[in-house]
Design a protein around this ligand. Structure first.
Ligand SMILES: [Mg+2]
Length: 386
């Protein structure tokens, strides 16, 4: 039997109560424009959970989290079960404005499951900010530090020629930061690709590489040493996330190492900084939501870590809007922003976040700032849970 969270500090007269009437966990499968090959996994369809929270007055907030078996352990079925069976029953009847007390109570009631927690918190923030007619960022950060972000583009083709052709196309659209997905081809091919793409894009173009934890220590050392002259801005997660001893060894090579799969908490940020990481990738699904990701960014500043703010491949404009708001709220986004709705063949909002001159603007409407296309949600709904 699930117990209702003990809520302290009931909302005051500043907000009329916003009782939660229902919470739905909706599994969707969103087709990608083309398959994305990473170390350990190839993604052709984004299997995400959408969370729809409806208040007694009929107003609605939305959240989203990507399944990520090789990053958070979250599967689509697991996400749906976590929200539907464990979190939703604790929320119905509560005042959504009590989010600051509700979220910790939900976390105590269900350990881990960071993707599910993130999607629920996102929907609560969207709902309450819409009710207060404020942007999500204004509810969390003292002031936005920027009003747009310039996302990076991922390159993961079979040949350097294909990577270069794709990069040139995206450069024409204004993309000005590229990431090579490595750990898929032979090491010699990965190294050759780094040099070929660097030569084609010129020395000024920010270029980095992400191994998704797929290199051995010996190969990571070789890659880092031999790509020195390719001037990669950073090499992300070269080793499996629990190999902090290996990270210490690599850090002695004096090349910037980023950590992504290894960051699931503020304690992980500190541990990886101590092991020599130069920066981290912050994703809402890994940290369990926007507020913790924002706190992690503040910790990174204290630890002098560089930050990449990222959505997961591939989230729609719902979770991407949250990533944009996070990236506009934190100061030290030195390693760029990864937005992923571009990789989807179709979106589930009425107006997908556009890119203009290489930049995506902070949405101006209340909440997340996107309007959900419920007909599209139904079109992509996975039926096995309905
Ligand atoms: Mg990564």
């Amino acid at each position: 039997m699930l117990e209702r969270p003990q809520i302290k500090g009931k909302s005051t007269a500043a907000h009329p109560p916003l009782p939660i009437r229902r919470v739905d966990a909706i599994p969707v499968a969103l087709p990608l424009k083309s398959p994305m090959k990473m170390s350990g996994i190839t993604i052709t369809t984004a299997e995400n959970v959408l969370v729809r929270i409806e208040a007694a007055d009929g107003s609605v907030g939305w959240g989203e989290a990507a399944s990520a078996p090789t990053m958070t352990g979250d599967t689509l079925g697991g996400l749906v079960a976590a929200v539907r069976d464990h979190l939703a029953p604790l929320l119905v009847g509560q005042d959504a404005h009590d989010r600051p007390a509700l979220v910790p109570a939900l976390r105590r009631a269900l350990i881990g499951n960071t993707g599910a927690h993130s999607s629920v918190e996102m929907a609560l923030l969207d709902l309450t900010c819409r009710a207060s007619k404020m942007r999500l960022i204004d509810a969390v950060a003292p002031r936005p530090l920027r009003t747009q972000v310039k996302p990076m583009w991922l390159l993961g083709n079979a040949t350097p020629e294909q990577d270069i052709a794709e990069a040139r196309d995206r450069e024409r659209e204004g993309f000005h930061f590229f990431k090579l997905k490595i750990g898929v081809k032979s090491l010699a091919d990965e190294i050759a690709t780094a040099f070929a793409v660097r030569e084609a894009l010129g020395t000024k173009m920010p270029l980095c590489a992400d191994a998704n934890g797929g290199l051995t220590l010996a190969n990571a050392k070789r890659y880092i040493e031999r790509t020195r002259a390719a001037k990669l801005a950073f090499i992300e997660q070269p080793l499996p996330p629990d190999d902090l001893a290996g990270l210490k060894t690599l850090a002695r090579m004096k090349r910037p190492i980023g950590i992504d799969e290894g960051i699931h908490s503020l304690a992980d940020v500190t541990a990886n900084a101590r092991a020599g990481a130069a920066g981290v990738s912050l994703k809402l699904i890994k940290l369990g939501g926007f507020i913790t990701a924002y706190d992690a960014a503040k910790l990174c500043r204290k630890l002098r870590l560089k930050i990449n703010v990222a959505a997961k491949i591939a989230e729609s404009s719902i979770a991407t809007a949250a990533a944009v708001q996070l990236a506009c709220a934190v100061p030290n986004v030195d390693w760029g922003v990864s937005l992923t709705h571009f990789y989807l063949a179709d979106d589930i909002v009425k107006a997908p976040l556009p890119i203009r001159d290489g930049a995506v603007s902070l949405p101006s409407r209340p909440g997340l700032g996107v309007e959900i296309d419920e007909a599209a949600v139904e079109r992509f709904r996975v039926k096995w849970h309905s």
